[in-house]
Design a protein around this ligand. Sequence first.
Ligand SMILES: Nc1ncnc2c1ncn2[C@@H]1O[C@H](COP(=O)(O)OP(=O)(O)OP(=O)(O)O)[C@@H](O)[C@H]1O
Length: 247
Amino acid sequence: MTTNYVEAQRVSKSFGQHQVLDQIDLTVPAGTIYGLIGPSGAGKTTLIKSILGMEAVDGGEVHVMGTLMPNRAVMAQIGYMAQSDALYETLTGRENLKFFGQLMNVPKTKLAQMIDYAANLVNLTTQLDQRVSGYSGGMKRRLSLAIALIQDPPLLVLDEPTVGIDPELRQQIWAELNKLKTGGKSMLVTTHVMDEAERCDYLMLIRHGIALAQGTPAELKQRYHVETIEQVFLKAGRLQDANNGNR
Ligand SMILES: Nc1ncnc2c1ncn2[C@@H]1O[C@H](COP(=O)(O)OP(=O)(O)OP(=O)(O)O)[C@@H](O)[C@H]1O
């Protein structure tokens, strides 16, 4: 049995002359939440897309659930929530969930039950029969998360899942992510929110395409002799700049 859902080794990626990922190693064990934090443009989305097999890498390799990526069958087993919502605005929330559920081959007999489960998880049950064009930004984000959950995937890859979601619902969503984790699922999550980073089992700090530090939040705080992940991040960034300046 595979105990690591994701294993990325020495992943590098450039767009033209611009190196966006520089030999990144990353391991997501089963039943864990792995957070990627880093400033805008650090390479988080590119790393996620490389792991999903949506972006061809220039160097290194990625295995998901023991299979070398890209692999269509494995891609279909990953619940992916992209940074921008790809929803059918003229359809209702329920119709969107049904469409994506069918696309993901959710068995007909299970589809209605999975729609209820996913909608309930993101607190959208009462608005499910309204057209998406009338949804707020936060509601669209929640619907995208429900879509990522619709086929009950073992691995969820969530690119900034809580942007535009109010603090109370954010707490609920994190409580649910923890429940999913206890059930054996793994999650790879990008975030800018430091209190969310503290909730991850493992973190990678990524800046200018380089993995500056990896470990549990407690390990990172201890390593950098600081109290918060925000301070870890600031300190690691300053050290990176100082090292670059010394070159
Ligand atoms: N298809 C592309 N072609 C050229 N450059 C790209 C492409 N995709 C991303 N980049 C560049 O790669 C760098 C990393 O982008 P990426 O989206 O991975 O960052 P990010 O850490 O996810 O940022 P954010 O937090 O703003 O989403 C950026 O400089 C971006 O402009």
